[in-house]
Design a protein around this ligand. Structure first.
Ligand code: MN
Length: 706
């Protein structure tokens, strides 16, 4: 009797006396059947079914579910069979117990390894009577609460299964409260160290957060009272640790960024008030544009309803606010399970949830008839259960799992970093597609690579996976090192006026030691990046050689020859866009390498005053590259004038990179052009051709003040 008492108190609160009696009978049956059995913790086995029943009672589940939960392990572990259950407690309870027992026999290693057939069985059992999975989830919750009694390996396996299979199902069914607890327990069982570290960090910031939360809470309450709007409850929420952890991992956010968000919930009496509260708080703090979501008008697929908005709070801190009715809140916490709470009443919001969950399950059943193939079926279901991922196929039929929004570049890096680094194009379902295309579920993706191809820094703007991002960054870092070394070597030799080989080895070593460089490449890299001044290093090299002859032996620097093909460490200033033929000056930019300015650029005068940063440069004799430069053309608005302009530039064999038009007075336009040319002679040819166009009034090269 003692184990039944706490359960009895809970069910008496919402169930009829006669039902409580029936539940007691189920309890007696279970207690007798399990008598003598112990849990790993040493307690009598009956403690477990009673605890599961209490979880369901806290969700106000119906009597049949409570009875089935008390009996959920008898078929598996005791001599009682389904027929007996049927006779004693009716068909419904017997079917529920049978369904839960069948689920218990299914075990999933991980989502990826989940056997298609098993998963299908599970979904089918759910579809027959959704209460089966609700009981199973409560069973799992209690097992997770008591998981510390198990061995480490077993703990790990169960935690993974919980996080990968059961918590997504709870989420899909809208059972937020249960899901959150499953995740917290799963996280702490799987990663006890990370869990503790995160909990500690949260605890540390707790005092300050609490002050801020109560301050915002007060402001919200006051503005509602002023307008005489009644609210039932307002509170600041703490984010759960697993969701913080997931955000840090998936979105790569720092702990402080996540904790900077304050979350509030406002519960009111009806839908009308929800919208009025929204208006008032938008008046109190400015809303962040495009972050408002109306899940009342358009509920989520699991039936969830609420208004969501994000506000700019005090000191610009983002505040997340959820506004909903009490019923919506119950729905948000218990999801599908809340159907049984209000079974007798006709409540619209919970009815919606029930209908939506049914629809989903019916769709699953239909899918299963249509496909017949379990693998295909599981893929379809997975898409529904794990909406944040897309499942893609390799041309050979392998399955890749990527986060939603992933592109062919993410796909390429997911296969292998070499494939990512050398990919040039992609075929999606056998059609060529841009590398930035967002991939959809079920697509077959083929990556086309080319030897010698290299990543493009623009990829960083659209890749979503950490793997792609870090590989691309790593590539550029490596590349930059190679190019910095080459530039540094040339800068130093230009400053010395002779090859480094002609400087004694002893002197080089003295220098390396004084800068604490491992080898000469580190020295070159540092010079190439502008962290060391080549001239200073050159002088020290000479001094080390013969300190008493400083004057006579100081180096005679040569200008550094610029070819335009040096790569990332030599850049051409966008303020003055020098091209071969222009007089140029080099600016050493710490950490970035060398920037080449036109000598007439206004920035050069400034640069000359910091002589250690400016270096002499000159163009190479033979240059193969093209260089960007800006032109401004005043043109009359004749028909076809722009086409003529473009044709003239093309005929002069120059490329137009960008073009912008500014109307001057309706008749004349200023056209801004960025074009690529070989050198000044080439530019002059372009300008000559453009001048010949009748509509062109004026053409000037920008920034040179011609
Ligand atoms: Mn159990």
């Amino acid at each position: 009797m003692s184990y039944f008492k706490p359960l009895e108190i809970e069910i008496e609160a919402y169930l009829d006396k006669s039902l409580v009696k029936q539940i007691y009978q189920a309890y007696l049956c279970a207690e007798q059947a399990h008598s003598g059995q112990m849990r790993v913790s040493g307690e009598p086995y009956i403690v477990h079914p009673v605890a599961v029943a209490r979880i369901l009672a806290s969700m106000r589940m119906d009597a049949e579910s409570i009875m089935a939960s008390l009996l959920h392990d008898v078929l598996e572990d005791t001599p009682i069979d389904k027929k007996t259950l049927n006779e004693k407690f009716g068909k419904q309870v017997a079917e529920l117990v049978d369904g839960v027992s069948k689920l218990t026999q299914i075990s999933f290693e991980t989502r990826a390894k989940a056997q298609a057939e098993n998963f299908r069985k599970m979904v089918l059992a759910m579809a027959k009577d959704i209460r089966v999975i609700i009981i199973k989830l409560a069973d799992r919750l209690h097992n997770m609460r008591t998981i510390s009694a198990l061995e480490v390996e077993q703990r790990r396996r169960i935690a993974i299964e919980t996080l990968e299979i059961y918590s997504p199902i709870a989420n899909r069914l809208g059972m937020h409260k249960l899901r959150t607890e499953l995740e917290e327990l799963g996280f702490s069982a799987l990663h006890p160290m990370r869990y503790r570290a995160l909990r500690e960090s949260v605890r540390k910031g707790h005092g300050n957060r609490k002050k801020m939360i109560s301050k915002i809470e007060k402001a919200l309450k006051e503005s509602l009272s002023r307008t005489r709007i009644e609210y039932i409850k307002i509170w600041g929420r703490e984010k759960n640790l697993y969701s913080i952890y997931k955000k840090m991992r998936i979105k790569g956010l720092a702990f402080s960024n996540i904790m900077d968000i304050y979350a509030f919930r406002i519960i009111v009496k009806d839908i009308d008030t929800c919208y009025r509260v929204l208006g008032i708080i938008h008046n109190l703090y400015k809303p962040v544009p495009e972050r408002f979501k109306d899940y009342i008008a358009i509920p989520k697929v699991n039936g969830y309803q609420s208004l969501h908005t994000i506000l700019f709070g005090p000191f610009g801190m983002p505040i997340e606010v959820q506004i909903r009715t009490e019923q919506m809140n119950l729905m948000a916490e218990n999801g599908i399970a809340s159907h049984w709470i209000y079974k007798s009443k006709s409540d619209n919001s919970t009815a919606t949830a029930q209908i939506r969950a049914r629809e989903w399950l019916n769709n699953l059943l239909e899918l299963q008839y249509n496909t017949g193939d379990s693998l295909e079926f599981i893929e379809d279901v997975k898409v529904d259960l794990f909406p944040d991922e897309v499942y893609l196929f390799t041309p050979k039929g392998g399955i890749m799992e990527l986060p939603r929004g992933a592109t062919p570049v993410d796909f390429a890096y997911a296969i292998h970093s070499d494939i990512g680094n050398s990919c040039v194009a992609a075929k999606i379902d056998r059609q060529l597609a841009p590398l930035s295309t967002q991939l959809n579920n079920g697509q077959t993706v083929e990556i086309i690579t080319a030897p010698g191809a290299r990543p493009n820094s623009a990829w960083l703007s659209f890749v979503v996976t950490g793997k792609a991002r870090s590989n691309i960054r790593h590539y550029f870092k490596e590349q930059k090192r190679v190019e910095s070394i080459a530039l540094g070597k040339r800068l130093l030799e230009a400053a010395l006026g002779k090859p480094l080989k002609k400087v004694g080895k002893k002197n080089i070593n003295v220098i390396l030691e004084s800068y604490q460089f491992e080898d000469v490449n580190d020295l070159y890299e540092s010079i190439g990046l502008g962290n060391q001044i080549a001239m200073v290093v050159a002088q020290r090299l000479e001094l080390g050689y013969a300190p008493e002859q400083v004057g006579s032996l100081s180096p005679t620097p040569q200008p550094l020859v610029i070819k335009g093909s040096e790569g990332m460490v030599v850049n051409f200033a966008t303020c003055c866009r020098p091209i071969p033929g222009d007089s140029i000056v080099g600016e050493l930019d710490t950490g970035a390498g060398l920037i080449i300015h036109n000598e007439q650029c206004p920035k050069v005068a400034n640069l000359r005053q910091r002589s250690e940063r400016s270096i002499d440069v000159c163009w190479a004799e033979e240059i193969d590259s093209e260089f960007k430069t800006d032109l401004r053309v005043e043109i009359a608005n004749h028909k076809g004038a722009f086409a003529l302009l473009a044709t003239a530039i093309a005929e002069a064999e120059a490329n137009i990179d960008t073009i912008s038009v500014k109307e001057q007075d309706g008749y004349y336009h200023w056209v801004g052009l960025t074009i690529s040319v070989k050198n000044r002679v080439h530019l002059a040819q372009v300008m000559r051709r453009v001048r010949k166009i009748k509509s062109v009034v004026k053409i000037i090269r920008e920034k040179e003040g011609l």
